[in-house]
Design a protein around this ligand. Structure first.
Ligand SMILES: Nc1ncnc2c1ncn2[C@@H]1O[C@H](COP(=O)(O)OP(=O)(O)OP(=O)(O)O)[C@@H](O)[C@H]1O
Ligand SMILES: [Mg+2]
Length: 395
């Protein structure tokens, strides 16, 4: 397998690259364009060898952040560190960083092999064949080594672009919406591919996307960005199961956010009033422990209640039921007027028709509590209408 040739291969010695690579750290990074702040006092650490995703809506500062890591943009304030090395003032070509953009910009007159070999030849590496062959095998393009880019499909061209970057064995590979030009099916395939490649070569990938499913599929850690800042950072499951802001709760998947009030405590639980109904929430699952809060529950965590179900309960009236085979998506109007989205896994029970009362239950451990002063719709309207439906979204 190509892996063996790449893994543990010595870093190139023909330029100023050192082995002091390691974690990528951004410390207090700010970028202003005139009076506009595109990136606002960002602190983040990307552990060496991890797959890190910067996820956020258009204009939130993702590309600007990447460009500062690459050295294509100078921060107004703050530092970029690679391991112990401060590279803030270093020229792009002196950084052990490579970037793959949405537009691949392959050399049309060079064949695939020479496109991939380009960086090595420019660094005057004498023996390029073994490295290029190994990386072409990794991206499964050995058979197209002699083809010109113009004859390749979008996905194949994207893999050449990737191979061309990986062959340089950068400490950090930056990917700015690299799959954006591909159709949905190919994009899904390439997501799996990219993750496989990253795992095999063990390089640090920093991947920029506004597609939450793409980020969740591939990344070890996701930083959710909004307005030049990081809203929340964590593993896909941490972010999904325990969002800390309404923006994160709505941008990553979908959430029911219910206006509620903490009325007391019982052991490790908060006692919560939801428009006259008592429910509970573990204290450590809430960013707020008294007064008003948004009580969040994901649509698939709400279940159509059976008679013996323990847990929190609320009853409403079905206003819409869409059977999609694996599940039924319900809208359930609560007595206070709010419609909750419920995704009920198909367990063989026929869907309840509109007009029927429906009691939903959920485990207290599946709820989360958020600051009531935040906009309940933050992040929901930011979702790209062309993007595929978020996981758990009602249609
Ligand atoms: N050179 C520049 N001069 C002025 N404003 C800029 C410049 N580059 C970026 N901006 C602004 O900074 C903000 C962040 O831009 P950036 O390209 O980083 O966003 P993004 O998160 O990558 O968005 P997208 O998902 O659309 O690519 C935007 O409002 C953009 O208009
Ligand atoms: Mg961008």
């Amino acid at each position: 397998m190509a892996t063996s040739a790449l893994q543990g291969a010595p870093m190139p010695t023909t330029d100023d690259r050192t082995t002091s690579d390691g974690d990528l750290r951004l410390v207090g990074i700010t970028k202003r364009f005139g009076r506009f702040t595109a990136v606002d006092d960002l602190d983040l650490t990307v552990p060496q060898g991890s797959f890190f995703a910067l996820l956020g809506p258009s204009g939130c500062g993702k590309t600007t952040t990447l460009r500062m890591v690459a050295g294509l943009e100078q921060p107004t304030q703050g530092q970029v560190l690679l391991g112990d090395r401060d590279v803030t003032g270093t020229k792009p070509y002196q950084r052990p960083v490579n970037t793959v953009f949405q537009s691949y910009a392959l050399f049309p007159h060079l064949d695939v092999f020479e496109n991939v070999a380009f960086g090595l030849r420019r660094r005057r590496k004498k023996e390029v064949k073994a490295d290029v062959d190994a990386v072409l095998e990794l991206v499964q393009l050995e058979h197209l080594a002699k083809s010109k880019p113009g004859l390749l499909s979008g996905g194949q061209q994207q893999r050449v672009a990737l191979a061309r970057a990986i062959v340089n064995r950068p400490s950090v590979l930056l990917l700015d919406e690299p799959l954006g030009a591909l159709d949905l099916k190919l994009r899904r395939q390439m997501q799996v591919e990219l993750k496989r490649i990253q795992t095999e070569v063990g390089l640090t990938f920093v991947h920029v996307t506004h597609d939450q499913e793409e980020a969740m599929t591939m990344a070890d850690t996701i930083a959710v960005m909004n307005g030049g800042r990081i809203e929340q950072m964590g593993s896909p499951t941490e972010l999904y199961e325990r969002p800390c802001t309404t923006f994160a709760a709505n941008f990553l998947g979908q959430s029911n956010l219910i206006q509620a009030t903490v009325t007391g405590t019982a052991g490790d639980d908060l006692l919560i009033d939801v428009h006259g109904q008592r429910v509970t929430l573990p204290r450590q699952r809430s960013t707020v422990t008294d007064g008003r809060l948004w009580l969040g529950v994901r649509p698939e965590k709400l279940r159509v209640a059976g008679p013996d179900d323990a847990g929190n309960r609320l009853t409403g009236i079905v206003t819409d039921a869409s059977f999609i085979g694996v599940a039924t998506y319900y809208l359930v109007r609560m007595p206070w007027g709010q419609e909750l989205t419920v995704v009920q896994q198909n367990d063989g029970t026929p869907p309840l028709p509109p007009g029927e009362p429906l009691t939903v239950t959920w485990l207290p451990d599946h709820g989360f509590g958020l600051d009531a002063t935040q906009d309940e719709h933050a992040g929901a309207e930011a979702i790209d209408p062309d993007a595929p439906a978020p996981a758990g979204a009602a249609r």
